[in-house]
Design a protein around this ligand. Structure first.
Ligand code: UDP
Length: 255
């Protein structure tokens, strides 16, 4: 038996993990770091080994965000084009994650909402569910396939569509704070919140469209620090870390 095999008991049956582009590079840098991709893939492989069905929505901010490009040259590159470029960036990350996961023995499928038949499958809900039921990790790139929104919104949509128990939002800080903890030393970390509080106080969880969708669909969100090794597994096993956003209470291990 593998001595490093995870021993915990999962608190969730099916999860959707939202990984921003920053998960693919070193802090403060851009592009792709093979070490960072391997680190995140190793953590994901461990939760898959617990028997949890795992979908991952990947962002593209380490390469390009549409809004940033528009602010620098909207007269040259059209707004919609900039967003399509951002969606294409998410495919680069998706390809990297797919290979990293497979190098660790995880069966993986990359799916896109913009057709790229040579390198990825089209996202088809029933096919995605079938992959999950077979223990395959699905990596979802190109967001919603439509410009002017972000991969947070795609994660909220896919989370509902795939019937996940929780949307796990990986961040660089320990959860949701009353203020930016990287700037304000007095910022307080919330253990749990409801959607109304997040919307009213404009707390930095996900973009507001995504929060609104999660609220409407009663999809809980778990915001946690993915930079701490093993945290994804701890969260999936129901350890009370990070911030739980939702109307129902947070489940504990083995439920
Ligand atoms: N994007 C889009 N529609 C989508 C998802 C993403 O137009 O459904 C574009 C948008 O320009 C966005 C970029 O792709 O800025 C990269 O995604 P995102 O900003 O969500 O990446 P992250 O911040 O998670 O790294």
């Amino acid at each position: 038996m593998d001595p490093n095999a995870p021993t915990g008991k999962a608190a969730f049956r099916r999860i959707l993990l939202k990984l921003s582009g920053e998960s693919f590079c070193r802090p403060g840098e851009g592009g792709i770091s093979v070490e960072e991709v391997s680190r995140i893939a190793r953590q994901i492989s461990r939760i898959a080994a617990l028997g949890v069905e795992v979908g991952v929505v990947v962002g593209g901010g380490n390469i390009l965000r549409g809004a940033q490009l528009i602010s620098r040259g909207a007269d040259v590159i059209k707004e919609a084009t900039a967003h399509y470029m951002g969606m294409t960036a998410t495919v680069i990350n998706g390809l990297a994650l797919q290979d990293a996961l497979e190098s660790m023995g995880c069966e993986t499928r990359l799916m896109t909402t913009i057709h790229m038949n040579e390198i990825a499958e089209p996202f088809i809900r029933r096919r995605a569910l079938s992959h999950l039921s077979k223990g395959r990790i699905i990596v979802l790139s190109t967001g919603t396939g439509s410009p002017f929104v972000t991969t947070d919104t795609a994660a909220a949509l896919r989370g509902k569509e795939l019937g996940v128990d929780v949307l796990m939002k990986a961040t660089r800080v320990d959860g949701v704070y009353s203020a930016d903890p990287e700037k304000n030393p007095h910022a307080v970390l919330y253990e749990s919140l409801n959607y109304d509080q997040v919307l009213r106080d404009e707390l930095k969880v996900m973009d507001m469209t995504a929060i609104g969708m999660c609220m409407e669909n009663r999809l809980p969100i778990l915001v946690f620090n993915f930079k701490k090794e093993g945290n994804i597994e701890r969260v999936v096993c129901g350890e009370p870390i990070g911030t739980w956003v939702g109307s129902a209470t947070r489940p504990r291990a083995g439920l």
